[in-house]
Design a protein around this ligand. Sequence first.
Ligand code: ADP
Length: 624
Amino acid sequence: MEKTEEKRSLREERRLIWRAIKLWQTLVPGVWMWSALSQAVNAVSPYFGLWMSARIVNELSGDCEIRTLAALAVITVAGTFFLSMLGRFLKSRSDLSWLYVHPRHMEYVGYTQNAFPFAHTEDPDVLLKSAEIEAANSAFEGGLVSVRRNAEYVIQHALNIVLSVSLAFSMFTLRGEGESDGFLGFLNSPLSALALAVLVGVIAFLHIRGAAATAVRLQEAVSELPYENTRAFAFFRQKGSDMILFNLNRVVLAERRQRLHPKWAERMADARRWSGSRTAVLNAALNIAVFIFVAGRAYAGAFGIGSFILYQGAVTRFVNGFSALASCLGALRYNNGHLVKLYEYLDLPNEMYKGSLAVEKRDDLDYEIEFRDVSFQYPRTDAWALRHVNMKFRIGEKLAIVGENGSGKTTFIKLLCRLYDPTEGKILLNGIDVTRYRFDEYMGLFSVVFQDYTLFDFPLGDNVAASMDYDRARVRDCLIRAGMGEKLKSLDAEAKERGRDALDLAVGRGYDSEGMDLSGGERQKTALARALYKDAPFVILDEPTAALDPIAEAAVYEDFNKIAEDKTTVFISHRLSSCKFCDEIVVFDHGSIVQKGSHEELAADKTGKYHALWTAQAQYYTAG
Ligand code: ADP
């Protein structure tokens, strides 16, 4: 279980909120301007009404001049109408900016997440942080969204306070000429004004203290949520046929209920109830005091009935505005606990982006990559996934990497593409440590199709080009070269009937009911077409064919070998037959390279690992 966070200074609290405010301004430009304008006009409107009513009542109970009354009535009606129209317009603009809040929030967090180094996506601590942030956001609206909401309330309540004080201020200075003895005399004296001012100050202070205490209690209640519980939010997002077949939702629910701190919901409710009662009592006390003060002074003749209404109304608004302001500030403070977690997550260091050297563009594809005594441990593990690996890629070579499952083949590729950096040793590109190159440019050298390639339910063309803006002829060419020629023909015919282009039809029906149903093999060919479209000097296939039988896999690899032309191509498989055709075969065993050579050379070495694997797998290759 995570412990309650340490105390933050007021400056630190402000800094956290300020960062969120600035972030919203960037995510939804104009958000604060429309919000402040709308709040200002909507705050002024009732005061305008109150002020005008007071003047009318004063006029009625005083001179009762008909022309003045008519003028006041016209100003009241016209002013109220104008303010209400302006208020509505501004509110609609402000509401419009609100509509962007949730999507922009998702985009921002999601996009930052996608820019993370790959290592974060496999790091359990990072995954947990992400689940916690999501839990805070969905269960308590905690985090950035809460700042947006509460900061708007702060503007609203602060304006209410300023306006009510400016309207009610004269009640402290106006005094009746008459009565000056006893309690009424006290009420009419400067002393009572001072006493009321002190009382207002004390109650304001109690509100702020109380709201801060509530904030701490809420924060404590949230931090007592067991760590695992937040993770349970993520479980619900899992999809798949086994969720239904094994009714896995049931176990997710049971886990979640069992792990949910039983006292947690009660503690949250308690903190809120306590806060509500405190506010009601303090506000009632202040209202009573103000009422006695204003009524006493009015009775002593300090002001007319109209002003009495004005003051009473203004002070009630002040009291409500003040307690609401205090609770909003408290809510912002409580929310800072969530912000700290969010910022920690968004600011996770990205060591991958340190390099600044440009990767030279070369038409001759003369990129020489060398692994020099590379060893690697996955974060938070003791085992060596790679140990003392030395390897030079020859340009234009067709290289195979073979070895049993778990022997380090994929890890080797992940390091080659800088999804991870070596724990020991170096990887060099044309003699220079790859960490010194710009990460995005270095990544641009590789086209990889992993086993778990991703295709979105987006249009076929977008999937192949990894962009919405692409060269259609080239996408088609890549699809055809990847073996999708026949399928493309039938898709074209289908699309034509609907007046569409096959490349615009979605892969899958997630977003488009006219989307296509591709078989496993066709999906894989689409992924291969994407690798071709990237047109990178290195093309790597990391067993994307695992779902195929060994003979079909070998055929796909050989075909791909032909279409990869002059590129340096790396084929990875635990099935040796798939890679027989390659110029050089590298055999991995327990994280190390144990053999190198052509198929004939390796097969001839009867004591070697390759021979042992070949013999063990021979049964598959003779079939069918
Ligand atoms: P192969 O591709 O040859 O099947 P891998 O490179 O995937 O092998 O795995 C090599 C070793 O590293 C295995 O022992 C595997 O359990 C371990 N490993 C792979 N991925 C991770 C990871 N994300 N975290 C920790 N260990 C891992």
